[in-house]
Design a binder for this molecule. Structure first.
Ligand code: FE
Ligand code: FE
Length: 180
C-alpha cells in the first residue's frame, strides 16, 4: 500500500474492514448455533443482520469512490475468529461456554469500534460527509452490540457461569454442536 496520502490510507482501512465484516458474516451463525442462552443466540442473530448492513454501507462507500472493496485480508479479524472457533470446538458447562462466546464476541466488537472510529475520522478530515455519516451509524451499532453483550454477561450468563462448578453434575455437559 502507498502511504503517500490520507486518501490511500482511508481506502486501505476501509478494505480491511470490508474483509473483516465478511469474515464475521461466516463466523456469527456458528457462534449463534453454539450459544445456549436464547437471549445470546438472539443477540448473535440480530448482529448478523446488522453486519449485512455494515457490508452494504461499505459497498455504498466504495461504489461512490469508484473503488473495489476487495484485495485485503484482515489478519486481526482472522485471529479473533480463530479464537471464537476455539470456543466453538470446546465442550463444557453451557453457561461457561456462553461466557466464553461473549468474551470472544466483545473482542470482535472492540476491534470494529476501533476500526470504524479511525475511518469515520478520516472521512471527516477528507470531507467525505456521506461516508462519515454511514460509518458513524455502523460505529453506533457496534457500540450498542458491545453494550448489549455486557448487559447479558452481567445479568444472566456470568452469574450462571460462576455457579457452574457446584451445579454441573445436575445440569450435565454441553457438547459441540448440541442444543438444548
Ligand atoms: Fe460490523
Ligand atoms: Fe460487529
Amino acid at each position: 500500500m502507498s502511504m503517500d496520502s490520507l486518501q490511500h490510507l482511508y481506502v486501505d482501512e476501509l478494505k480491511d474492514l470490508y474483509n473483516a465484516e465478511n469474515q464475521l458474516l461466516k463466523a456469527l451463525p456458528k457462534m449463534a448455533k453454539k450459544a445456549s442462552a436464547p437471549q445470546l443466540r438472539q443477540a448473535f442473530t440480530d448482529h448478523l443482520e446488522q453486519t449485512r448492513g455494515h457490508v452494504d454501507r461499505l459497498d455504498q462507500i466504495f461504489k461512490k469512490m469508484g473503488e473495489k472493496p476487495t484485495g485485503k485480508t484482515c489478519k486481526a479479524m482472522k485471529g479473533l475468529v480463530e479464537e471464537g472457533k476455539e470456543v466453538i470446538e470446546e465442550d463444557g458447562d453451557e453457561f461457561v461456554l456462553d461466557a466464553a462466546l461473549i468474551g470472544a464476541a466483545q473482542r470482535v466488537e472492540h476491534y470494529e469500534i476501533a476500526g470504524y472510529g479511525v475511518v469515520r475520522t478520516f472521512a471527516s478530515l477528507l470531507g467525505e460527509n456521506d461516508a462519515m455519516d454511514l460509518l458513524q451509524r455502523t460505529l453506533n451499532e457496534e457500540g450498542e452490540t458491545d453494550k448489549k453483550l455486557t448487559r447479558l454477561a452481567e445479568t444472566v450468563i456470568n452469574v450462571e457461569a460462576s455457579e457452574a462448578e457446584e451445579e454441573t453434575p445436575k445440569r450435565g455437559k454441553k457438547t459441540s454442536g448440541s442444543r438444548r
